[in-house]
Design a protein around this ligand. Sequence first.
Ligand code: F6R
Length: 588
Amino acid sequence: MCGIVGVVCKENCCDYIFKGLRRVQYRGYDSVGICQKAGESIQIDKTKGLIDKLIEKTKPLKGAQVAMGHTRWATHGEVNEENAHPIAGKNQQWVIVHNGIIENYSSLISQLQKEGEIAKTQTDSEAIALLLSLNNFEDPIKNMLWAKRQLKGSYAFCAVKKQDKNCLYAAKYKSPLYAYCNGEIAMVASDPICFPQGDYYKLEDGQMCKVSDGKIVFYDNDGNIIYPSKQKYKKISSDCDKDGYQHYMLKEIYQTPEALARLAKNFLNTNFDKLKKVKFNKVKLIGCGSAYHSCLIGAEYFKKYLKTDAEAAYASEFRYSSEIINSKTLCIFVSQSGETADTIAAAEKAIKKHAKIVVLTNVLHSTLASLGQFVFPISAGSEIAVASTKAYSCQVAGLYLLVMALKGERSFYQSVRNVAQLSKTLEKFFINMSDFAQDIYQKNKIYFIGKGCDYITALEAALKLKEISYINCWAMPAGELKHGTLSLIERNTPVIVISTNKSVDDKVMNSALEAKSRGAKLYLISYNPPQENQLENFAFCLSLPKCCQPLKSILAIIPMQLLSYNVSILKGLNPDMPRNLAKSVTVE
Ligand code: F6R
């Protein structure tokens, strides 16, 4: 999954591409590249690493009026300059940038090889460039159509033909693609945040477009011209500034209170009448990574407050499971980006089974949102750092508000007040976690334990820390430690204990002390500071401020997010862009 941007304009096309690439970097940042075209002259620059490195090495091509750029998250082929996009076909007849996966690339490449088209990269995307170059139709749209028909998998790709005038071509199938035109500049991109001010178009699966000087022509799956003017969307602004913070991640953690306040307000203005009329006997909550963790908490809310059978599932598992889903199943899909391929595929499966589809997302113009019968914004505001922080908290709070809306009016209004109160409490609760981080950052394994929702917080805390510190982190239900994992505890192995539920506090402590007896170094996050005589068992104790029980998970995760951030910094890493990852996982 990658980010693509293409532009046709009179001058400065590089600037549009670089600006756009910065904005779609959340889709991948292993390597980056740009192709500029002036008449028949083509210049390709690419590099492993980030955009600044590309900018440094790219000289603007004189007279270039067409350009396209790519930021890569490698799926096929090593991360190196050769495999970076743009990728050229034979003699640079066609050059492409691609987002998605060409599933039949291997058979296509061997077929093409027989026709004398030899692949030079290890990528699946090269199949597109070679296919385009194979025929010399008079109308380049015919090349696009022909190539498209050979492809299996998912793609949004952008292509230029050497002998063509100042045009670029683009096609979409199961990967997002948007187009923009203001009469002077015409663009395509994986995300409308790449475009200047104004409305834009969203291409549908199978559609193509030809972008030329100040003009875009759209085509359907059979190459017929279409006029998708009704698909105009309002531009969504993107908050691309770090506002004085060293990293987006820190800024985004600190934005949690305002995001929660916004969420509460937006839910207060939402009409739930239609959703309340839906009859269901089972709830499935589906997401990936942190969103899956918020689903786990959401399932607890459904069981506790609505006494409904509810279960969370990983989207990547749900899509292939033999789960019984029918018109009486309420499927809730949770996703910050709304573009996670597994979550979208899971939603498509649920739609086929006639389930009722609810979507909770941060991006209302996303593919996932377009699949929902009921769509609720989590209102987190733009989240750029790869590690989800404020969006996770908003997902949990959003699920809480949703459950309470279904429970009844009084419960709902109380829940809105609770979220608003939490927002206020959080404003005063950004504590310094640097001493704690200092104590653990050189460790090579760290355990998190908790019970019930605290176990879910432990899962999320472990995910956050591992993804940006590269330390091996494990979360365990406190009571499970002794059933195997305890054998991994050595002298000074950190065990972070999360305990926010008074009724099981003693049980969690027992498990913690069992680990301590085997040499573990204990750290405590809790509402109830330990008894005086217990204090010495902990290297660090953090007392959380008062909060209503259902939202304690949000309060408890904030210090864990800050801890992860501090550990990442102490290790000299960039918490915003951890290795091997991308913000939006748009491939399976
Ligand atoms: C972890 C993280 C990921 C995402 C996951 C789903 O910090 O950010 O685990 O939660 O990739 O992404 P969305 O929510 O966009 O579907």
